[in-house]
Write a protein that binds this ligand. Sequence first.
Ligand code: ADP
Length: 294
Amino acid sequence: MAHIVGVGIATLDIINSVADYPAEDAEIRALSQRICRGGNATNTLVVLSQLGHHCQWAGVLSDEPDGQRILDDLKQYQVDATLCRVIEGGKVATSYITLNQKNGSRTIIHHRDLPEFNFDDFTQIDLSSCGWLHFEGRNVSETEKMLAHVVANSPDLPCSLEIEKVRPGIKVLFKYVGTLLFSKNYVLEHEDSDGIEGAINFLQALHRKFPDKQIICAWGGDGAYGIDHYGVIYHAPPSPPFKVIDTLAAGDTFNAAVIDRLISGHSTEDAIKSGCRLAGQKCGHVGLGFISQL
Ligand code: ADP
């Protein structure tokens, strides 16, 4: 099992489950409310930790009570937060999420008022025992400096980058990592088709630019696609649970399973199959503590 460092955010998620998604300007009652920790990098680390890896989170936290709530959750999953910068005052990033019980969709409004983890913070990290480094594709200028630092100082350390959203300049980050993990939403900003042609066009175009990388995109209820170093495209079918009840963090779970497979030398094809299996199981459970129940 590996020592994995994840750079990115933790949030407080306020999740309202509703029977159906409301029309604009409607007033409806939530069926239930759940408040928990979220954030892409920390979600992925929580899953990787349950898969047996030693995980450390590098990010920024506020010292207010909700910051403690985040730390308590990470501690429960043995994710180490000692690499974090803690800010006095301020408010942790908060995601207001509407979870539609009818189809499992999740609609998110995010509020953030904390500084980002920066290059100076990153250079304090001792990466000598690290076996995999995972980044969220955000905070582009600082992340680029971090990635360039890794390439210069730890050229053999495998790195993955999650690209969920289109952000100004984000493409400059692609060249630094060996594994690129795209969301379907990102791909659809570049391709007209939300079917197989869209995924394949996207992967092939990127492979022509970066032939040395594994490039992967999760494709929601249709599974996932990936292209390996040889330019071979793979599709992994979805692995739906008996009933889809919570797709929140399915992508983060998928990424965790992919990293878990790639660390142990499995192929791109194996990695995306494993990603779809675990993410599918996640969709049948609320939250991320589902692995012990499998
Ligand atoms: P995100 O959480 O970023 O929106 P996706 O919706 O692309 O991520 O889902 C990530 C992975 O989760 C998919 O590749 C798929 O394996 C799984 N998944 C998502 N939705 C479903 C679903 N309705 N049924 C089965 N698997 C799903």
